[in-house]
Design a binder for this molecule. Sequence first.
Ligand code: FES
Ligand code: FES
Length: 153
Amino acid sequence: MKKALVLTVNGERHELLVPADATLLRVLREELGLRGAKRGCDTSACGCCTVHVDGRSVYACAVYALSIDGSEVTTIEGLGEGERLDPLQEAFIQAGAVQCGFCTCGMIMSARQLLDEVPRPDEEQIRHAIAGNLCRCTGYAKIVDAIKMASGS
Ligand code: FES
Ligand code: FES
């Protein structure tokens, strides 16, 4: 049986009917067509599905959508303004921190929360912030460089 859910996603209010066991990831990807958050493991292990709920990074695969009824959700599609990319998105491109790209959206969402809280983080803070986001391609060095670049440090 479906239940009513209200979510504000990237500033837009949505009224939905979803199954009780629908995860936030499923709602974002399948109901709202927002495919930035990836389904990597679906078991809270990879961080590819990271989004913000009321300003905090969460694994969207690990959250029942109905448990956050009324919340504000931000996904990678909600960063930046119009055609202008978020400085982190720009820095990931400039630093060559994107290879297959599967981890990238989740990585940037974790980094965005860090920079919102700590505008000039040191390397240890950066590595700690992305510890829950796995990347199988880059070796992390360029990702760390990109986050430093975006922070201006
Ligand atoms: S898909 Fe959510 S943590 Fe891997
Ligand atoms: S760029 Fe491929 S997993 Fe990170």
